[in-house]
Design a protein around this ligand. Structure first.
Ligand SMILES: [Zn+2]
Length: 230
């Protein structure tokens, strides 16, 4: 919720309290009723949608940059405490963050073994990785199952998706950018936003390591192997 939304809601609640105590049709009562109605009308119009990355089905929106680069991403779940099903919305949000801003999709394959890909990126999930939320070691990404993140004005939905998207940013050559809680490359917040120069750097890296046949503008559905956790 943004600061202006918090102020609006505070005004709204104060007015509701006043109205509950005011006599109908009195002048004082109307002074508060009219702005309340206007505020309610505006709220209904905006739907308090905020600017969450997951609203309005981003898969149906045109990507801002073409071609959309597809990078194979093998996600190793053998050590994770979560079920493969729990990862589906997390994987979806990772791709929403990257496709909606940079025209990059990760072709995600979840597996129950530790063998890395020959081409593409690899990510491991486990309950504990030495107190870190996640890190890129220059070759692989390690993730904890439940990253702990701080507040952002426009937050991502899942802390694991935000942290994985952040680490993928490192894998694509991005450094930290700490000047806003909304930045994807800020440490330890729910922010997910990229700026133009980050998009340029990430797309150059994606062109290098991604698949050469970038036929599709949409991201593939994550492929979750059935034998995971069997
Ligand atoms: Zn980082």
């Amino acid at each position: 919720m943004s600061r202006s939304e918090i102020v609006e809601r505070f005004v709204l609640i104060s007015q509701v309290f006043f109205i509950l105590r005011c006599r109908p049709y009195s002048k004082n009562c109307k002074i508060f009723l009219i702005p309340l109605c206007l505020l309610l009308a505006c709220s209904a119009q905006s739907g308090y949608a905020g600017s969450s990355v997951v609203t309005n089905d981003p898969e149906k929106q045109s990507p801002p940059y073409l071609p959309v680069y597809h990078i194979p991403l093998r996600v190793h779940l053998a050590k994770s405490s979560k079920t493969p099903q729990q990862f589906i919305p997390i994987f979806t949000e990772i791709n929403q963050i990257w496709r909606s801003q940079a025209g990059i999709c990760f072709d995600i394959y979840a597996v129950n073994h530790d063998a890395p890909l020959k081409a593409g990126l690899d990510m491991w999930f486990s309950p504990y990785i030495g107190g870190f939320n996640g890190y890129w070691d220059g070759e692989y990404i390690q993730m904890t199952d439940e990253p702990v993140l701080g507040w952002a004005p426009n937050p991502a939905r899942y802390s694991a998706a935000r942290t994985a998207a952040h680490e993928l940013g490192h894998a694509l050559g991005l450094s930290h950018r700490q000047n806003s809680d909304d930045n994807l490359m800020r440490s330890k917040t729910y922010g997910w936003q990229l700026n133009k120069s980050e998009i340029t750097i990430a797309r150059e890296a994606a062109a290098e390591i991604g698949l050469k046949n970038n036929a599709k503008d949409t991201c593939k559905r994550p492929l979750i192997l059935k034998e995971v956790h069997d």
